[in-house]
Design a protein around this ligand. Sequence first.
Ligand code: BTN
Length: 273
Amino acid sequence: MNRREAPDLRGVEATIAETGSALGCPLHLLDETTSTNDEAKHAARGGAPHGSTWVAERQTAGRGRQGRAWQSARGENLLFSVLWRQPCPPSRLPLLSIAAGLAVTDVARRAVPGKDVRLKWPNDVVLVERDATDGARSWKKLAGILVETSMIGGRADGVVIGVGLNVHTRDFPEDLARHATSLALLGADPLDRAHILADVLVALDRETTLVAGRGLGLVRARLLDWDALRGERVKSELGAGTASGIDDDGRLIVRGEDGVQMAWGSGEVHLGA
Ligand code: BTN
C-alpha cells in the first residue's frame, strides 16, 4: 500500500483542507487495497475518527450493492470511503445512503452542466438519456455508492460511505460499456480528481448533516427534481408499477397497476412494465 502521486491527485490534502470540510481528514492515499470500505470498517473498529477517508488507485475486491463487484481501471477514477461518526437517530441511518447519493449527484451535475445527471433510487448517480423516437428513458451509471454500518454490541458505531465515481475512464470493459459513463465522456473540463474529491466531501458533509439532523425534509426539493425514476414504469423483485417519489423513510413509492401504493425499502429497480 504505497502512496501514489498521480498528477491529478497531487496536493489533494491541501485542496481538501482549503474547503474546511470535516470530512477527508485524516486522508489515507493508497495505491492498492481490497476495498476502501474494508479499510474504513477495519479502522472504525480501531477507533478512527469521524471524517477519516481512504482513497485507492485500485481495488482488488471492490464491492457494489446487492453483492455485485465494482470494477475500475487503476488510477482513472475516484474510489474512496469516508468514516462517518456523528450523532444520528437510528431511524435516520438508512437515509444517509440517499444523502450520499444527493451529494455525488450535486457535484456531478455541476461538473457537467447541461447534462441530465440524476439520482436513481437509492443512490446510483446516472446520466439519463431519452430515445429520440419514442422518448423512452434509459441511463448510464456515473457513480455508485455502498453504505455499510459498522456495528458494535448491536449498536451502530460508525457508518462507512464508499463512493466509486467514474472520472477519466473513456474505454469501459465490454460488459460495462453500454451501461457506464464518466465525467470525461460527458465532457467535464477541467478533470482534476483532487478538486472533484474535495467537492464531494464538502457536499457529503452538508447533506449527511442535514439528513441526520432533520430527515429528508430539507433535501426533498432536490430529491424530487433529480429523481431518475419518478413517473417511470419500474419493476423489481417486489413487483411492478409507476415510481412516484421517495417517502420520509427513504423508501421508493411505487403505485401498482391495481392502483395500490407500495413502499419499497430495498432491491434493484429496473425500468419497464
Ligand atoms: C454500487 O453501485 O453497487 C455501489 C458501488 C460502490 C463502489 C465503491 S468504490 C469505493 C468503495 N469501496 C468498495 O468496495 N465499494 C465502494
